[in-house]
Design a protein around this ligand. Structure first.
Ligand code: IPM
Ligand code: MG
Length: 368
């Protein structure tokens, strides 16, 4: 199998974690006899410095011709003073829009080895496994009009939350299809007691549900969902929600996995799929070699599964991650106060080594 991958390391810890994801992908290519080609381009703050634009034309062009895109992180405090369209984040939002992926999949599960790391009690998180399906191209992130105006010396700012029926339908279908392959339960999260967009959301999702009689659908207001996610995470299978609610709730749900550094994501439904860890650029620890690369590595696994349909390779990477955690290796974010922790690159190396073992035992299994 041939794969042409564009890698966008981006800002902060992005380059450190994507380097480890690429390392693991190279090992996959080696072990399973694939040909993976990697092409690196700049995006976000580094791209602003290099070219003046957070999404240079050459980067976008390369992404358009790739089989998939793997991104690290975007954002740096030195650009905080810039207005929205000039910030590093604008490059990411434009990239998302150009590639067209409207459904952002964010799986969150508790790792057996890490239940003690979660601030939640282990009997609450143990066995939790949620898939967030976050709408990624609508809502407040993209709604027009938006802006800041001032008159008579006083400023006001405004954003628009807007959703059309077709935007809701297409992401709802992704959630229902995913639930059919899981535990067949969808929880749609909205604020229908206050917002018109949420009323349309709820009505449209309920209509799509009638195409899926095997799925059990329920609706939760976002404030209640925020509480249930950490008090009863095991009650959820697929959580379907709009862009901003999904952004907030998925960070919250990271406490189930033990750290934001563990979470992966994949954006599908457009012309080119985009994979990125959920954590941001973490400028406070950038360059120190201590960031957790497992979210980026797990994003690479999602890429192999969803875009390349390489299920064995994807699940072997996930098994390797679990093995390394079971063996006690921790980056700082998932280490206990007194625990020793390994560097970003040692973590990547451990996963790579474990992957070789996992693949070996799969081979031995097939041989008998
Ligand atoms: C995420 C991030 C982005 C978002 C930022 C960096 C624009 O927080 O992917 O969750 O808000 O979508
Ligand atoms: Mg976020």
């Amino acid at each position: 199998m041939q794969l042409n991958l564009v890698v966008l390391p981006g800002d902060g810890v992005g380059p450190e974690v994507t380097a480890q994801a690429v390392r693991v992908l190279r090992e996959v290519a080696d072990i399973y006899g694939h040909r993976f080609h990697f092409e690196e381009h700049s995006v976000g703050g580094v791209a602003i410095k290099e070219t003046g634009s957070p999404l240079p034309a050459a980067t976008l062009e390369a992404c358009r011709h790739a089989d998939a895109v793997l991104l690290g992180a975007i954002g740096a405090p030195e650009f905080d003073h810039l207005s929205s369209p000039h910030k590093p984040e604008a490059g990411l939002l434009q990239l998302r829009r150009e590639l067209g992926g409207f459904a952002n999949l964010r799986p969150v599960s508790s790792y057996a080895a890490l239940t003690g790391t979660s601030p939640l009690r282990s009997e609450i998180v143990d066995g939790a496994n949620i898939l967030f399906v976050r709408e990624l191209l609508g809502g407040l992130y993209f709604g027009e009009p938006r802006g800041i105006t001032s008159s008579n010396g006083s400023s006001s700012a405004f954003n628009t939350m807007r959703y059309s029926v077709s935007e809701i339908e297409r992401v709802a279908r992704v959630a229902f299809e995913a639930a059919m392959r899981r535990r067949r339960r969808v929880t749609s999260v909205d604020k229908a007691n206050v917002l018109e967009t949420s009323q349309l959301w709820r009505q449209t999702v309920s209509q799509i549900a009638s195409e899926y009689p095997l799925i059990e659908l329920d609706h939760l207001y976002v404030d209640a969902a925020a509480m249930h996610i950490i008090t009863k995470p095991k009650r959820f299978d697929v959580i379907l929600t709009e862009n901003l609610f999904g952004d907030i709730l998925s960070d919250e749900a990271a406490v189930i996995a033990g750290s934001l550094g563990m979470l992966a994501s994949g954006t599908v439904g457009g012309t080119i799929d985009l994979y990125e860890p959920v954590h941001g650029s973490a400028p406070d620890i950038a360059g120190l070699g201590i960031a957790n690369p497992l979210g980026a590595i797990a994003s690479a696994a999602m890429l192999l599964r969803h875009t390349m349909h390489l299920e064995d390779e994807a699940s072997d990477i996930e098994a390797a991650i679990e093995n390394v955690l079971d063996a006690g290796y921790r980056t700082r974010d998932i280490a206990g106060e007194a625990d020793r922790f390994v560097s970003t690159s040692e973590m990547g190396q451990r996963v790579t080594e474990s992957l070789a073992e996992v693949a070996d035992s799969r081979h031995a299994y097939h041989a008998v």
